[in-house]
Design a protein around this ligand. Structure first.
Ligand code: GLN
Length: 481
């Protein structure tokens, strides 16, 4: 039953074929057996899960159950969970027990979902390979010599290996879509402001967005129904009604205009280009029309992102000073020593690199040259997307330049690591929703197709992905771990 989608599991629960407690135990057993190979969980919350499952079974038996009641899942360890360690994969927060639930967590609790545990990630969500975790690397279940992508590598590996039917994740520059692609699962980064950031540990606040990883677009739609919506505790959350994301899934693709940005295909690896074109043709055969578009400023996304994200990170991470919470050094001799040693000991190398870059680009004398300039170019990139969306309903392209790379291959070369996100970063700079779905394999490793939509058009993205998943079975392939 671990191969089932959420939809199928919900049917099995409703029909009484299995109880939520049995289902939860099945996943806990799978985690115990397989996760030592993958390291996709930082914390497994077996007792908590079985208690939630028991409560869910009660609801199932009294007819009070919703579509997600009793379904097991995992949270990326960036979401605060009341009474349960929330580490953000950092030594800095190794001792942090959150005193409250993130909005995303309480919403999925209210929907009756069962939390199996907290997934591994790159420290503070900075990375593309899950090699920056204080708790060790995560392995790609398709081949454990390869990276699962990052920063939500634990969530992606767990869903791909069927250790959980779904997991939450976050995406600041690609951290949902890139690992989803490299692990052969589906992942949605919603529109900025669609899902509450309250209780989600901040990396770069103008870019961060929580989202979902699952096997199918349909499952993502089911979870979005429970997860999306306005939250007065997050001032950037948007007060718009939440549609039922499942109602458009069956819509025909007739008349849908899909744009293929020429900049995303220039110099693209031929094997990747062929797979993406094949997927586009499949959508065309279902009634969509394809047209080439241009996003002339998208080439600046990488430098713009790597100014803005570190700038915001340096401000957000200033709170970890060893005073209020988190790691504190032993025997500080004065306040400055406390700050310096607590931070030097608590943060890993990549986080320190970002803080240094961010502090530099925000400092007097450099602010105008770097930060302000980056914000202006960000606007130009957004203008390109707005202009494109005048002509087309949706943008299609690759998620990553290549399939997964080997562990260690890019660890010493930050720029080559940063290039893994070249096709995903713009979406965050613009705030648009982006979806990654499995689209084939290159040399035995999965790769993804990216669909980028207009703001708040998640239902349409999920519709297209669902239709694609009716005629392909890439999303059903699973690693033989
Ligand atoms: N890989 C990118 C980075 O390292 C994006 C990370 C993310 O989306 N959280 O910043």
């Amino acid at each position: 039953m671990f191969t089932y989608s959420i939809k199928e599991l919900a049917h099995a629960l409703a029909a009484g074929k299995i109880s939520s407690q049995e289902l939860t135990q099945l996943y806990l057993d799978r985690i115990a057996a397989l996760d030592p190979k993958l390291n996709s969980f930082i914390t497994v919350t077996a007792e908590h899960a079985l208690a939630q499952a028991k409560a869910a079974d009660k609801k199932l038996s009294t007819g009070e159950a919703g579509p997600l009641t009793g379904i097991p899942m995992a949270h990326k360890d960036i979401f605060c969970t009341n009474g349960i360690k929330t580490s953000c994969a950092s030594k800095m927060l190794d001792n942090f027990i959150a005193p409250y639930d993130a909005t995303v967590v309480s919403k999925l609790n209210d929907a009756g979902m069962v939390m199996l545990g907290k997934t591994n990630m790159d420290e503070f969500a900075m990375g593309s390979s899950n090699e920056n975790s204080f708790y060790g690397n995560v392995k790609n279940p398709w081949n454990i010599d390869y990276v699962p992508g990052g920063s939500s590598g634990g969530s992606a590996a767990a869903v791909a290996a069927r250790l959980a039917p779904m997991a939450t994740a976050t995406d600041t520059g690609g951290s949902i879509r890139q690992p989803a692609a490299l692990c052969g699962i589906s992942g949605l980064k919603p529109t900025y402001g669609r899902v509450s950031r309250w209780g989600m540990i901040a990396f770069a606040s103008s870019l961060d967005q929580g989202g979902i990883m699952a096997q199918t677009a349909e499952d993502i739609a089911l979870v979005m129904n429970a997860m999306a919506g306005h939250d007065e505790k997050d001032s950037t959350s948007i007060d718009l009604p939440v549609p039922d994301y499942t109602t458009k899934l069956q819509d025909s693709l007739k008349g849908l205009k899909i744009g293929l940005p020429k900049e995303y295909f220039e110099g693209l690896d031929p094997k990747m280009a062929e797979l993406i074109h094949t997927a586009a043709k499949a959508l065309e055969a279902q009634g969509a029309t394809l047209q080439e578009i241009s996003l002339p400023n998208v080439k600046h996304s990488l430098p713009v992102y790597y100014v803005i994200a570190p700038a915001e990170c340096s401000a957000n991470l200033a709170r970890y000073d060893g005073v209020r919470y988190g790691h504190r050094c032993d025997n500080p001799k004065d306040l400055l020593d406390l700050y310096q040693r607590s931070r030097a000991e608590g943060f890993g190398a990549e986080v320190k690199r970002r803080i240094l870059v961010g502090t530099y680009v925000l400092s007097a004398g450099y602010y105008d040259a770097y930060y302000l300039q980056a914000q202006k170019v960000r606007r130009l990139i957004a203008n390109d997307f707005h202009a494109a969306f005048e002509k087309v309903d949706m943008i299609l392209g690759p998620v990553t330049p290549n399939a997964a790379f080997k562990s260690g291959e890019k660890a010493q070369d930050p720029v080559s690591m940063y290039l893994s996100d070249i096709y995903t970063l713009a979406t965050n700079l613009v705030g648009s929703p982006g979806l990654s779905i499995p689209a084939g394999f290159i040399d035995g490793l999965p790769v993804g197709l990216q669909l980028i939509g207009k703001h708040f058009d998640e239902a349409r993205l999920l519709n297209v992905a669902h239709q694609y998943q009716q005629i392909t079975d890439w999303h059903k392939q699973m690693p033989s771990i």
